[in-house]
Ligand binder design. Structure first.
Ligand code: B1M
Length: 212
């Protein structure tokens, strides 16, 4: 039985080597990849979030935890990303301008890849203009934007408006997500969709591509 609690504790302690070792061990023991993510890696990051909020952990420690979590996710990723060659749609993903949070967005990308979609990650702190340029050049089916800060959510609106101004909005489905983003907010800014988590985001992208 894989020791998910130890993986979570490794994330909380920001101990990348430990997380890598325990995640590999869990994989070798045949643990389900999604269980490793949910009950180990993400569970640890949830505690980090609570402690960060309560001023019991500070940015350098949170960065160490985020790095440890990412290192674990890199090990699990090949196991959930299917090796299908025929793409089931193209998705561009990015964290909006002013926002440096990337873990949730990476998870969303992994889920979409696992469904056979071609995913291009534009990174963090992506401006409305950069999103629009990428849509113009790469012609994706779906553009996904992530925001973790209440102060950066409005950058999603800017991006959708820029797409409209450049005549690109009808060519791509836009979807938004991230902890502070709600379905109501998505409607308000004219996004085509909102998803609460990585699995729902993947389901929505698949639906968007299927409806095209
Ligand atoms: Co920051 N941070 N952070 N942080 N950070 C939060 C988000 C915060 C909630 C912590 C808190 O106060 N409790 C708070 C935001 C408050 C608010 O605005 N509501 C906060 C703050 C305030 C800040 C700073 C301002 C701190 C400071 O400097 N004083 C600063 C801002 C920097 C910036 O972005 N400009 C900052 C910095 C950082 C670090 C750099 C230290 C680090 C990020 C490292 C990295 O990503 N490489 C960090 C982290 C790690 C967090 C917490 C602890 C964890 C975020 C995370 O990775 N969660 C976070 C607290 C928390 O969330 N509990 C916090 C795990 C991840 C899997 O979940 O990202 O929610 P999440 O993604 C989910 C869903 O939201 C959804 O699916 C994912 C998987 O289920 N989803 C989508 C995400 N994107 C989606 C897109 C979709 C659909 C679904 O469609 C396209």
């Amino acid at each position: 039985m894989a020791d998910y609690e130890a993986i979570a504790n490794g994330v909380i302690a920001g101990d990348e080597a430990k997380v890598v070792e325990l995640t590999r061990k869990a994989v070798d023991e045949g643990a389900k990849p999604m269980e490793i993510i949910d009950e180990g890696l993400m569970s640890g990051m949830g505690v980090v979030g609570q402690r960060f909020k309560a001023d019991e952990m500070f940015i350098p420690e949170v960065i160490m935890s985020a790095k440890a979590m990412s290192a674990g996710m890199e090990i699990v990723k090949p196991l959930i990303v299917g090796g299908e060659s025929a793409s089931k749609g193209k998705v561009l993903l990015g964290t909006v301008k002013g926002d440096l949070h990337e873990i949730g967005k990476k998870l969303v990308g992994m889920m979409m890849e696992s469904a056979g979609m071609e995913v291009e990650d534009l990174g963090i702190d992506v401006s409305a203009e950069a999103f629009a340029k990428a849509v113009k050049e790469k012609g994706p089916d779906v553009l996904g934007m992530s925001a973790l800060l209440t102060t950066t959510m409005l950058a999603m609106k800017d991006t959708i408006e820029t797409l409209k101004e450049e005549g690109l909005a009808a060519k791509v489905k836009t979807m938004v997500g991230g902890a502070p983003v709600s379905s109501d907010f998505a409607d308000e800014i004219g996004a085509d969709g909102w998803a609460a988590d990585a699995v729902s985001a993947k389901d929505m992208a698949v639906e968007f591509v299927g409806a095209k």
